[in-house]
Design a protein around this ligand. Sequence first.
Ligand SMILES: NC(=O)c1ccc[n+]([C@@H]2O[C@H](COP(=O)([O-])OP(=O)(O)OC[C@H]3O[C@@H](n4cnc5c(N)ncnc54)[C@H](O)[C@@H]3O)[C@@H](O)[C@H]2O)c1
Length: 337
Amino acid sequence: MADVLLIGDLKFVDPEWSSLSSEPGVSALREYRTGSRDDFLSKLSSGTYDNVVALYRSNESTKVTGPFDGELISKLPPSLRYICHNGAGYDNIDVAAATRRGIQISSTPQAVDNATADTAVLCMLGALRLANVGMDILRRGQWGKEPLPTAHDPQGKVLGILGMGSIGRNFAAKARAFGMIIQYHNRSRLAPDLEEGARYVAFEELLRTSDVLSLNLNLSKATEHVIGKDQLAMMKEGVTIVNTARGKLMDEAALVEALNDGDRIWSVGLDVFEEEPMVHPGLIDNPRVFLLPHIGTLTFETRRAMELLVIDNIKSALTSGELITRVKEQDNIDAAK
Ligand SMILES: NC(=O)c1ccc[n+]([C@@H]2O[C@H](COP(=O)([O-])OP(=O)(O)OC[C@H]3O[C@@H](n4cnc5c(N)ncnc54)[C@H](O)[C@@H]3O)[C@@H](O)[C@H]2O)c1
């Protein structure tokens, strides 16, 4: 018999969480909903959670314990086999360190696809139409007094998607409905049925030929600042850049510099930032930047679906030893053995 531990809070699935207590092999449900990293680390060191086999890592848990970096993972109890994380991105977990300890990790892909791709559509249209400029004029009571900008349609524009994974493909399908031409660059080319007519191009070609460039790749050490000064300089004159993936994929200071330096960048639509919740003042001050405070998955429907998927992963781990949505980096290991 083993315990299951919740870190951070739940918004939608408290009854389902409670019902895990009747799953086979579960001796107790433990909770660490609020607290601090230091306190959590000291509880780990003193053996408070020594019987925990599976862990529910809530969407907001990084605010409670900080990232699951090498230090924290080294202190997790030897009994722990599964970290079930609520989020499609898991750059706040050191997967390699967990894998070395034989701990499997699941995330919540697919459940997030529609809401995040919808947010990309919102950022793209908001940026193409310079919506922020008009909204600001209206709110300041200047409608009819200050000129409204004439902006751009998506129709007939080339949308370049960097990272054609689950969300990138969902966004592509939505952008096709706007009459956009889709091209993409990915770590590896997709099978034709997944491409659905999208053109596979090299990274530099994507930068040079896209009217709208959307970042939909995951953040890792290899992809941090994948868009920096040199890449911004390669982009097509008049490009719109959309980022709904992770802020650290772009060098924000270089982006601000490029925005202030001529017309190469028409506009930018951002849901994510390098140092959230801080936002570079050069982005806030620039009316051509359409900004959202990382609301990609923030809908009732999607947040509930994500929380349920974590519960389902825990149930599956307890009953069959297999996670439903184990992270890709663990595709080739069988940590259960
Ligand atoms: N704004 C939000 O609230 C929000 C919500 C959900 C997910 N996200 C972010 O979106 C990211 C993508 O999610 P997903 O579910 O589509 O992931 P995914 O793993 O299905 O897709 C990521 C794709 O990026 C590709 N990729 C990785 N490195 C690359 C590189 N250097 N060049 C080109 N392609 C590369 C991968 O091959 C993969 O196809 C997540 O990692 C997460 O950080 C943000």
